[in-house]
Design a protein around this ligand. Structure first.
Ligand code: FAD
Length: 327
């Protein structure tokens, strides 16, 4: 009886979320007294078997079929269901990215089993498991129990709920090929194309994120944030008010319906810190809020705050950094 952990990749490009997934899987497998078996679905997965082994996987299931070249939630879900039938794991887990939870939801529906998503802790027991999970976009932590009868436990850890750590020792990483039988009815939603973002750090992995909200005042106002982010080796983010106004693309949006970030420092300028924004930013290690309103939620929750006009503060920070860098 093993623990299957579903890893994510895009045609062989490793997802950073996998480091969290393997960390959480090692902890959970340790508590279960079992091994971690990694599941890599689709073209290019085999190239990542070494990385999965380095993360502690004793076995790597390389799941391939023509329909699995690109992500499709139904085909991926059914592939996991067939792997579960072949391997009889005690549990299947993923990290609660949108893809991870979508695949797990399909697995649960197809197996008619309960699925507990976005856990922060999981305590295995005899039959019944207990867990704490994130609800309402992060504003509520809920204690729950999970009884799956004779079936495997289906769970996901919240994205950024576990800090990725290197494995103390690699796993054997024995590769086992698996080819599920997938019929055409499973191809209703398949990724057909992709816009590759510019090279460099992404919003979800950037060590520094400099975000702007409605207080920035215009699309052009973001140029000063771009300059500051560039000096700090970071990325520019924004609130939904900004994307609604058409000042930035949705790919830059931080929050419940945007990207969840976890930088070393989050600089939030002209952002009120509504709950839907906060849940995407709250995993930041440090937060600096720049806002004219000292009562703004973002200011109240921040580690540091400057109560002033961002159009004066941001250029002042930029000028000081340039001076110190001799630029
Ligand atoms: C279902 C749902 C999902 C949502 N998802 C998201 C999401 O993913 N991400 C998200 O961000 N929002 C989301 N929202 C929207 C959210 O509720 C807020 O409306 C939004 O975050 C507000 O954006 P804001 O802080 O930029 O604007 P505002 O709330 O208008 O705040 C502007 C801030 O700028 C400050 N300010 C103004 N001028 C200056 C200045 N010159 N210098 C410094 N400070 C200044 C003001 O004091 C104020 O605090 C969602 C809402 C719903 C209903």
């Amino acid at each position: 009886m093993t623990l299957l952990v579903i890893l994510e990749h895009d045609r062989g490009k490793w997802s950073e979320a996998n480091d969290e997934a393997l960390t959480a899987a090692r902890l959970l497998a340790g508590d279960m007294g079992t091994d971690v078996h990694a599941v890599l679905i689709g073209d290019g997965g085999l190239d990542l078997a070494g990385q999965a082994a380095a993360g502690g996987a004793a076995v790597v299931h390389n799941v391939t079929a023509p329909m699995l070249t690109d992500f499709g939630p139904e085909a991926f879900g059914e592939s996991v269901v067939q792997l579960v039938a072949a391997e009889s794991p005690a549990a299947v887990m993923a990290v609660g990215t949108s893809r991870g939870n979508e695949v797990m939801a399909h697995v649960a529906a197809r197996m008619d089993l309960p699925f507990v998503a976005n856990c922060t802790t999981i305590t295995p027991g005899d039959g019944m498991w207990s867990m704490t999970r994130i609800q309402w976009g992060g504003s509520l932590l809920e204690d729950a129990t999970l009884d799956s009868g004779d079936g495997p436990k289906l769970v996901s850890f919240g994205h950024h709920a576990v800090v990725a750590e290197p494995a103390p020792a690699p796993g054997a990483g024995t590769v086992q090929d698996f080819s599920p039988n997938l019929d055409e009815s499973l191809a209703r939603t398949i990724v057909k194309g992709r816009d590759v973002q510019e090279a460099g750090v992404t919003l979800s992995t950037a060590p520094v994120v400099v975000s702007g909200g409605r207080g920035v005042g215009s699309a052009e106002g973001f140029e000063q944030l771009e300059e500051l982010a560039g000096l700090l080796g970071g990325r520019v983010g924004c609130s939904r008010a900004v994307t609604n106004l058409g000042w930035r693309n949705h790919t830059d949006q931080v929050g419940q319906t945007g990207t969840r970030i976890a930088p070393e420092i989050y600089i939030a300028t002209g952002i009120s810190g509504a709950i839907q924004h906060w849940v995407g930013a709250m995993a930041s290690k440090r937060i600096l809020a720049i806002n004219t309103d000292r009562e703004a939620n973002m200011v109240v929750k921040a580690d540091y705050a400057v109560i002033a006009d961002l159009h004066k503060v941001v250029p002042a920070i930029t000028a000081e950094i340039k001076k110190r860098k001799g630029l």
